[in-house]
Structures are given as structure tokens and as C-alpha cells.
Design a protein around this ligand. Structure first.
Ligand code: 0O2
Length: 203
């Protein structure tokens, strides 16, 4: 739900951005339900869709040297509308990716696999960039992003995100090192969990 300050910043673009957020949410839920609606076998633990807050967008535009306007965001960034799909198992991420690639509601522009090729800090996730029609203020289409992660990867990313935005943190070097160690341990546990599930399912 966009706050008053977000609506003011996005102006004429706000209604269309909210429509795209709804489309994303509905389509993702339908794709997941097409595989299973049973909580024990569901592909995702939960999904979350959002339009980027004005505060976060302004900061990203400033950091990247773009004009601090909604139009510049729409024209230069790919995550003004985004979704996160949180799965229990790594394998489920690739099952959801397959569903996303087969969906006609959008065009898949790029897949960034930070699971196969993690970021140096230990960040793991799979990002899928999608292109959707926009049609407001002379902008014909925009890119949006779906991030796919396991519960463990999501827990790690949430904590690491705090490091980026909190000021005056002591022992940053130690925290960065510990976070990397945890990321590797969590990735190893994610793989073990996947193997155990495969063994159980094979019977
Ligand atoms: P917020 O507050 O999370 O919405 P992309 O082009 O998006 O596929 P890339 O090149 O990493 O991937 O782009 P970017 O813009 O740096 O990252 C996009 C989003 O991915 C970020 O959004 C984060 O949500 C997530 N992300 C990427 N790298 C990291 C990381 O190292 N740690 C964490 N915790 N998250 C990361 P924002 O803009 O941070 O905003």
C-alpha cells in the first residue's frame, strides 16, 4: 500500500504502478496454485509484492546519479515494482523460474542467478527482470523484478540489508566476515535440506 508521500512522488504514475503490482501478485499466486494449494507441498512459503517507497527510490536515484524524479526511476531502474517469492527449498526456485518463463503476462528480459554465482558478500537470490506494458506519460513499457530466495537466503539478506542502511555500526569488518561465513553455512544447509527432501520423495 503506497503512503501519502509515495503517491505524491509518483504522481500520475501511481495508479498504473499499483495495477502492475496487483497483476504481479495475482499472476504469481495463480502460478504457485497451479502446482499445489496444499501448504505441505506448496512451492512458496510466502510472496510479497510492493511498489518501491519514494524514500528508497530517491536514495537509489541519487546513488546512481540520475535525476531524483519518478520518471527517471521508471526509465532507468528495474525494481520500482517488485515481488519476492520465498521458497522452502532451492529446487523450488527453479520450478518457479520455469513457471515465470512460460507466463505470457510479461516478457522475461534477464535472469540473474546469484545462487549459481553469489555476490562477493555472500548474497544469494535469483533475480528475474520482466518487461510489462506501461502506457502512462509517454512511457510505453517498464522493467520490473521478481526475486526468488529460500527462507534461509531471505533471512540472511534482511540482516545484511540492515548493515547497508544503519549508520554508526561498530566492528563492520567483523560483521561482514561473519555474514559471509553464515551465508556459506546457510547455502550448505539449503543444499542438504534439498538432498534430504529428494531422498524422502523418492521413497
Ligand atoms: P530494496 O530496499 O531491497 O528494495 P538486479 O539488476 O536488480 O537484478 P543488481 O544488479 O544487484 O540486481 O541490482 P541492485 O539494484 O543492486 O539490487 C536489486 C535488489 O536486489 C536490491 O534492492 C536488493 O533487494 C537486492 N540485493 C542485491 N544485492 C544485494 C545484497 O548484496 N544484499 C542484499 N541484502 N540485497 C541485495 P535495493 O535497491 O537494495 O532496495
Amino acid at each position: 500500500m503506497l503512503k501519502q508521500e509515495d503517491l505524491a512522488f509518483y504522481g500520475e504514475f501511481a495508479p498504473r504502478l499499483m495495477e502492475i503490482e496487483n497483476l504481479l501478485s495475482t499472476e504469481i499466486q495463480a502460478m504457485l496454485d497451479s502446482i499445489s494449494t496444499d501448504s505441505e507441498t506448496a512451492l512458496a512459503e510466502h510472496i510479497k509484492c510492493r511498489v518501491k517507497s519514494a524514500e528508497s527510490l530517491k536514495e537509489k536515484l541519487r546513488l546512481r546519479g540520475f535525476p531524483v524524479t519518478a520518471r527517471a526511476g521508471l526509465e532507468n531502474l528495474s525494481d520500482l515494482v517488485g515481488a519476492r517469492v520465498i521458497t522452502h527449498f532451492v529446487g523450488d526456485i527453479y520450478t518457479v523460474l520455469d513457471l515465470i518463463q512460460k507466463n505470457d503476462s510479461w516478457r522475461v528480459v534477464q535472469v540473474k542467478d546469484y545462487i549459481a554465482d553469489m555476490k562477493p558478500n555472500g548474497y544469494r537470490s535469483l533475480h528475474v527482470l520482466l518487461n510489462v506494458p506501461f502506457g502512462v506519460g509517454g512511457i510505453s513499457d517498464i522493467d520490473i523484478e521478481i526475486q526468488l530466495r529460500t527462507i534461509a537466503m531471505d533471512c540472511w539478506a534482511s540482516l545484511e540489508h540492515q548493515l547497508k542502511y544503519k549508520k554508526n555500526i561498530k566492528n563492520t569488518a567483523l560483521i561482514v566476515e561473519e555474514l559471509k561465513r553464515c551465508a556459506d553455512e546457510m547455502a550448505s544447509t539449503d543444499l542438504s535440506m534439498q538432498t534430504i527432501r529428494d531422498l524422502i520423495q523418492r521413497g
